[in-house]
Structure formats: C-alpha cells, structure tokens
Design a protein around this ligand. Structure first.
Ligand code: DX5
Ligand code: ZN
Length: 234
C-alpha cells in the first residue's frame, strides 16, 4: 500500500485528475500519466447529491487498481463518506479526502477512514474559511482547498482562494505538522505559480495535464517547475 505520509511537503507534487481523461481507456490513461511523471493519481468521486454530477465509484476503482500501483488520491465529493470509506479502501484507494461540508460528523469520518486503513484529507469548498479546518489539522494528512466549485472539470481558477491557502499553510508550519496542502480546480502552468506562492505543494490538474497541446510530459514538467517556494515568502 502507498503511504501519502511518506511524500515530501517541500516540493510540488502533481496529481492528475482522471476526470479529464478518456474513460473508455482509464487504465491506459493512468499508466500514461505515471510514465509522464505524475506523483499520484487524483480520482474524483461524485454522487449526484453532494455535487450535481455523478462520476464513478468503488467498482471502477477496483478494476483500475489491477492495472496501476500508483497512490490513489481519492477526492470524495459525496454526502456520506463514512458510510462508503471501507468500500473505497477495499477497492484499492490509499488516501481518502472528504468534504468538511458533508453532513456526517467530522471526527467520525476521520476515524472511519483511518480504521479502513487509508490516510485522511479534508477538503474545503470556496465558501468555507481556512479556520474551519484548524481543529482537525493534527488528525489528518492533507488539506485540499478547492479553487473551483466542486462538481465539474474544466472550470476557471478562483484566485480569491489564495488567502485561504496561505492561512492553512501558515497554521501547518506554526504547529510543525506534516500535512500536504493541495489545491484543485483550474490549475495549469500559469496558475500553479500562484498556488505555489501561497504555500500549496500538491496540485490537482485535469484539463491542463490530459489535454495539454504539447503532451502530458511537458504539462507535468511545467507544473513541477513551479516550486518549491520558500516558507519565508508566505
Ligand atoms: C472538480 C474536481 C477536480 C477537477 C479538476 O470538482 O474536484 O479535480 O477534475 O479539473 P481541472 O483541472 O480541469 O479544473
Ligand atoms: Zn478533485
């Protein structure tokens, strides 16, 4: 099993979102991303309830798990993450990020994910303030700041989320925690510089990686080149 806790937090890690790939060839697309230099793979799970879109769930993940040894960075945009955590872990997910805004009690979701054997992330929608995640920081491995409204790929980057990224990063550093700070939505070779300058060290990128005109290897290399930024710059 891959362990997110072993990944560094002082350089840019790239997590291509398969939402932008050709689903009829999902296994090959993930292998293509790995060969092109991806650090982990981002799997966007949507239930048509927490977000107004439906993507895929444990059966699809179980089947691609047979074709890939990469760390599956799973983003659960679902109303009941605790209810399904075990199913995602059994399907082969290494890491589960759930939304702080889901109705299940946060502490219970964290414990359930840990018990299922996965590392834990909390994601914040654009309207949720940085401080909302502070009480949970020492119990999780990753914070995912949404830089679009969750639900769809290919949306425009929200620069207004940068103060939140910097606030979360400052708190992580202040408490000396090993927590990944990830941003998701509208990230490309330009916006990656903005997120890196605000303390983000893991970037999700769908459209800009899977559909880059110069190919995926160039796309990922350009994302990697954005960091690391010095903590003193925050
Ligand atoms: C949005 C998803 C994102 C999305 C990113 O709800 O969480 O992961 O796929 O796609 P791009 O990079 O195209 O904005
Ligand atoms: Zn995502």
């Amino acid at each position: 099993m891959n362990d997110l806790r072993k990944l560094p937090t002082d350089r840019i890690l790239v997590s291509p979102s398969v939402l932008a790939c050709d689903f009829s060839r999902l296994g090959e697309e993930i292998a293509r991303a790995e060969a092109a230099g991806a650090d982990v793979i981002h799997l966007d799970v949507m239930d048509g309830h927490f977000v107004p879109n439906i993507s895929f769930g444990p059966p699809v993940i179980r089947s691609v798990r047979k074709r890939s040894g990469m760390l599956f960075d799973t983003h659960l945009m679902i109303s009941e993450p605790a209810r399904y955590a075990q199913a995602f872990a059994e399907a082969g997910c290494d890491h589960l990020t759930f939304h702080l805004e889901c109705p299940e009690p946060t502490g219970e979701v964290i414990d359930t994910i840990r018990k299922a054997g996965c590392t834990v992330g909390i994601s914040l929608k654009p309207a949720t303030p940085a401080e909302a995640v502070f009480p949970w920081l020492d119990r999780i491995d990753l914070v995912l700041v949404m830089t679009v409204e969750p639900g769809f790929g290919g949306q425009s980057f929200m620069a207004g989320q940068m103060a939140k990224c910097a606030a979360v990063k400052r708190e992580i550093l202040r408490r000396k925690l090993h927590v990944q700070l990830e941003a998701d939505g509208g990230i490309d070779e330009k916006t990656v510089r903005t997120v890196a300058a605000h303390g983000v060290n893991m970037v999700v990128a769908g459209t800009s990686v899977f559909r880059h005109p110069a190919g995926m290897e160039t796309a990922i290399a350009k994302l990697h080149a954005a960091g690391p930024l010095l903590d003193s710059e925050l």
